[in-house]
Write a protein that binds this ligand. Structure first.
Ligand SMILES: Nc1ncnc2c1ncn2[C@@H]1O[C@H](COP(=O)(O)OP(=O)(O)OP(=O)(O)O)[C@@H](O)[C@H]1O
Length: 590
């Protein structure tokens, strides 16, 4: 059995062994209703034609029990099925978090093929959740299919082949499904763009600009255009595959008509009993419905197996990345830096880009120093920061931590000694204390430590302004918490970064971009500038060159290369890019 099918089949028992048998019974009994009733109807006709009153009474009782069993199981099992599929969804989501949330690098989110597959898993969770149920219903439909064939063959043996006439219909439908799937995939860039346009036009986060610039009409027009173009391709594929499908149906209908004629003849010639003919005629009338059930279950199962295949691929890619990135015998991460971090010929290129984002980076970041990374938009500052965090694998060169290649550390162990406040920080919609405390899982429950981190990041005013202090719920997207301003969210993220007290590397990527002047001044005096890490390096990414001025070393990046390095005074004197950018900004302050 192939991996994806095995995954789908084992989802039920592995998730909840107790509920699985109930769900299996429901799927089989529900499908057997039609054939069971046809058999009972045949037996009834037989007994009635013989005027056997007691048989009719017994059959009536059987009928009542059968209906109670099938319908009752279905009704009673409905919530069990629902619960099992919810549990399967939770289980697969947990497994996906284990993969997507723990791969050593960010490639799963950023390398084009892998990112598309991870997105497909997120989008295909319903297919995975329903997979187990769908396989059971397919098995039930196939059983009914075989039972019908046996029943009809008992009247006229050749009628056993009637269900086979539905096979071309099956094949034509599968082909149509495949062609449609391919068309949907071809149209994916357009439908993704349409989805993005829809999100822009219809969600809260974008409401401001949509209204301010009067964009709704324009977004609707573009949304329509993208859907129409993508939809046309899908429609053409559908129409093309409908011709063989229609032919297959014509063949089936002709065979069905011939079967009915054969049954009538068997009745007239006395080759089969009345009960058998009634039962066979009753199931033959269900053949079309059974064929449709089989077809639709087959295509649903195919969708679930496809989703399982992508899921397993994502899991395998995660494992392969882990095997490639995590050393078998990792080097010990030092407890403090003596020399610092050295970059040697470091280069990096994003998967879908022609030009490298960074190349030939040689730098010394001394222990105990604050290093400011400056440069124009797209110069490569954030990329360099992510390489330092070990979130990307260098395409060339290496990062040395006190002389040891960063690649020789276990990524988790290195990152446990790194802290960062990123540009566009995550809005963790939790209670304030939790949102800050997650910066250090070991100390997250210690309110003193959380309060100190908040103080370090200049969060006193924020704390005073919130109704329940550390217990205040933050955010309005996931729950009815306090809405925070951009600067307040940034303060929470800065405090989260301050939870780790003695990191070897502290990244502050535009930590003051949304802060007011007082908060910015506080942050630099108290956090980044004055409190230099004795056994670590602070890397400060900033566009505000007045902020960079106090750094021990300023690194100017330009087009993915180091353009200049030095102190503020030395760089100002040299008259290079830094001096020019500083002059441009200083104009507004004098
Ligand atoms: N996820 C990505 N996929 C592809 N290219 C990217 C990605 N992120 C950044 N780039 C490209 O890499 C280059 C460096 O980007 P980076 O974000 O490192 O610049 P930056 O100096 O931090 O810019 P900014 O000051 O605007 O934040 C840019 O050309 C950018 O377009």
């Amino acid at each position: 059995m192939t991996g994806p099918l095995r995954l789908v089949l084992t989802l039920g028992p592995r998730t909840d062994l107790a509920r699985t048998p109930v769900v299996v019974a429901v799927a089989i009994l529900e499908q057997a209703t039609g054939v069971g009733l046809a058999v009972l109807l045949g037996l009834f006709s037989e007994a009635a034609s013989r005027h056997a009153t007691s048989s009719v009474l017994v059959l009536s009782l059987c009928l009542a029990v059968f209906v109670m069993l099938t319908q009752g199981t279905f009704i009673a099992g409905y919530f069990t099925r629902l619960r099992l599929s919810e549990e399967i969804q939770h289980e697969t989501e947990r497994r996906f978090i284990d993969v997507a949330g723990t791969t050593p690098t960010l490639e799963i989110h950023e390398r084009p093929g892998r990112a598309a597959r991870a997105a497909a898993v997120r989008a295909g969770r319903a297919d995975l959740r329903e997979g187990f149920d769908r396989v059971l219903w397919l098995a039930g439909a196939a059983l009914v299919w075989v039972a019908s064939a046996v029943l009809m063959a008992a009247v006229v043996p050749i009628l056993a082949v009637l269900p086979l006439f539905a096979v071309p219909v099956l094949l034509a439908t599968r082909r149509a499904d495949r062609e449609r799937g391919a068309a949907v995939e071809r149209a994916a860039p357009r439908t993704r763009l349409a989805e993005h346009l829809f999100t822009l036009a219809a969600t809260a986060g974008h409401g401001r600009e949509t209204r301010l610039f009067g964009l709704a009409g324009e977004l609707r027009r573009r949304h329509r255009e993208q859907w129409d173009r993508g939809g046309r391709d899908i429609l053409v594929a559908e129409l093309r595959s409908r011709v063989p499908l229609a032919l297959a149906w014509v063949v089936f209908v002709l065979a069905y008509a011939a079967a009915i004629a054969l049954m009538v003849r068997a009745g007239l010639t006395g080759d089969a009993s009345l009960g058998l003919i009634v039962a066979a005629a009753a199931v033959s009338s269900q053949i079309v419905g059974q064929a449709q059930a089989l077809l639709s279950q087959l295509s649903w199962v195919a969708a679930s197996v496809r989703a399982a295949r992508v899921f397993l691929q994502v899991v395998e890619e995660g494992a392969a990345e882990r095997a490639a990135v995590v050393p078998a015998a990792p080097a010990a991460v030092p407890s403090r830096l003596e020399r610092g971090i050295t970059l040697e010929g470091l280069g990096f290129r994003y998967g879908d880009r022609d030009r490298p984002a960074l190349s030939g980076i040689d730098l010394e970041l001394p222990a105990g120093s604050v290093v400011a990374l400056v440069g124009e938009n797209g110069a490569g500052k954030s990329t360099l920061v992510k390489l330092l965090c070990g979130l990307y694998r260098p395409a060339a060169g290496r990062v040395l931590v006190d002389g040891t290649d960063l690649a020789r550390f276990a990524p988790e162990q290195w990152r446990a000694r790194v802290t960062a406040a990123f540009q566009d920080p995550d809005h963790l919609e939790l209670r304030l204390g939790e949102s800050v405390g997650l910066g250090s899982l070991e100390h997250g429950d210690d309110p003193e430590r959380v309060l100190e981190a908040l103080r370090t990041a200049g969060g006193d005013r924020l704390l005073d302004a919130l109704p329940d202090g550390l217990h205040t719920r933050l955010g309005r997207t996931s729950w009815d918490g306090e809405g925070l301003s951009g600067g307040q969210w940034q303060t929470v993220a800065n405090a989260r970064a301050a939870m780790r007290r003695e990191p070897l590397l502290r990244i502050l990527d535009e930590p003051t971009a949304s802060l007011d002047a007082r908060a910015e001044e506080w942050l630099f005096q108290r956090y980044a500038g004055a409190s230099r890490l004795p056994g670590g390096v602070t890397v400060l990414v900033t566009h505000r060159l007045t902020t960079a001025r106090a750094a021990d070393l300023i690194v100017v990046l330009d087009g993915g290369r180091v353009a200049e390095t030095g102190t503020h005074d030395a760089l100002s004197r040299s008259g290079g890019l830094y001096a020019e950018l500083f002059r441009l900004q200083a104009r507004y302050f004098v």
